[in-house]
Design a protein around this ligand. Sequence first.
Ligand SMILES: C[S@@+](CC[C@H](N)C(=O)[O-])C[C@H]1O[C@@H](n2cnc3c(N)ncnc32)[C@H](O)[C@@H]1O
Ligand code: SF4
Length: 472
Amino acid sequence: MQEILSRLRADSRVSTLLRTVEKSLTLFDPPNGELKLLNLSLNRMRALGAKQALRCMPSMLAVNEISWCNLQCPQCPTHGTPEWHKFQNGKDRCLSSEIMDRLIGESFQTATLIKTTTHGEPFLSPHLDSILDGCLEHGTPAQVVTNATRLPIEQVAKALVLSDRIVLSIDGVTRYAFEKIRKGAKFDKVLHNICVLVSAANALPEKLRPDLFIRPTVMASNLRELPAFVDFARWLGVPNVCGEFVIETAPHVADENVRLHKPLYNHVAAEATRRAEMHGVRLGFPAPFDGVQPDADFPFAGDRRCITNWPDSYVPEFDADEVNLSVEAIMADAAKLVVASMDYYLKHSWEHERTRIAAGQDDAEIKQTKQLVDSVIANLCDDGKPEIAFCGFVDWGVYVRPDAGVAVCCAGGPVVGSLAEESIEEIWNGKNYQAFREEFYSSSPPAVCQSCRFLRKVPKRLVADSLRYSDD
Ligand SMILES: C[S@@+](CC[C@H](N)C(=O)[O-])C[C@H]1O[C@@H](n2cnc3c(N)ncnc32)[C@H](O)[C@@H]1O
Ligand code: SF4
């Protein structure tokens, strides 16, 4: 992979474009930075206790504008059974263009992060161009999680320039496990696409380069391969490997549950950590189970899994020679991708400068609001309670569904409004969401939150200090 990157950088068209972009990077100052920070402060102030008084906008939008996918991974909560897959791929499981455009116009300016297509495949979305162009116009970073089965060059080029993070979901680094779990995908094709995307990303100037992640869903069927994900990332030139335990979705995959395989998990997690430390790969797997002795030979539980028997020839390691890859084909596609990314950046970077100057006109108002933030924060911390409940959604973001419903989160939180009837500002500050927040911060949070992995307790001071504008 290193050879591909060197050849890519030496390509005459690529290197000329890269030089032009490097020169213009000093201009790259995304618009609305002050506004976004201020809005974030207002949201965090609600978490600190100023709940009802403030009107603000969501800082994060998880926009699930479609739920369509071309794969049918058995463990997937959206596509894992034929019935779910059929329902989620229905024509009507798509936000209307009118609502999508309204949402972008109304909320992207104040948002600090847009997650695209969280439950389907982003590169199938008819709205992806509008979302990414909206991110560009309003200076908002995007985050893309993809199965990498498709590589539409123009859209991937935009995603490369605009994303602060791209997550490549693959659940196996051997052909056998990959094709059993990622049902409908071809190992060689996906690896080609991943090599193209990673080479192109690594060729971009650092300031434009998204942070790349390899992400398996950690489950019984790929447990023994977890350490090999680190080797795979290193081979590719991807700096991060992350993963979450599989969420139990349906009886046919109930035995994928990692809690049924704790000793084996502790063994592979330790080995993955050892390899990550040795090779300088950042690893984000769940912590090992406390007090459980690692055991490499711990037997698999039950047979409700994606893989029930492995062939005798199966070796749970990544083997680059096992993959049918063409260096020339990767080079050609990666060069196209870098050129398309740079063209997109150069065509639009001046717009950032123009918007930034226009935004400067609001400076006086922004200054006043900053002073207000500081004085309110000082009072909020003096109520004798050192900790607050904290969740990545309640005072940060929303989850938008293909049917225009707006839910508190993607983890079972209630629907609090519909974009077909109200604006996002009305929903975010409306009585349904405020009532949910009240309960969330009370001594008995909603049942859905009590069992949720996103819920944490954090020191109030930590939140307050991160918001304060003045140093004293
Ligand atoms: C639902 S997918 C949608 C995006 C895209 N289609 C993909 O696969 O990356 C989002 C993420 O959820 C993960 N995922 C799928 N089924 C899961 C489960 N049962 N528990 C936890 N994560 C799961 C996928 O591996 C992927 O990283
Ligand atoms: S590719 Fe993603 S959305 Fe599609 S079935 Fe697999 S996990 Fe689900």
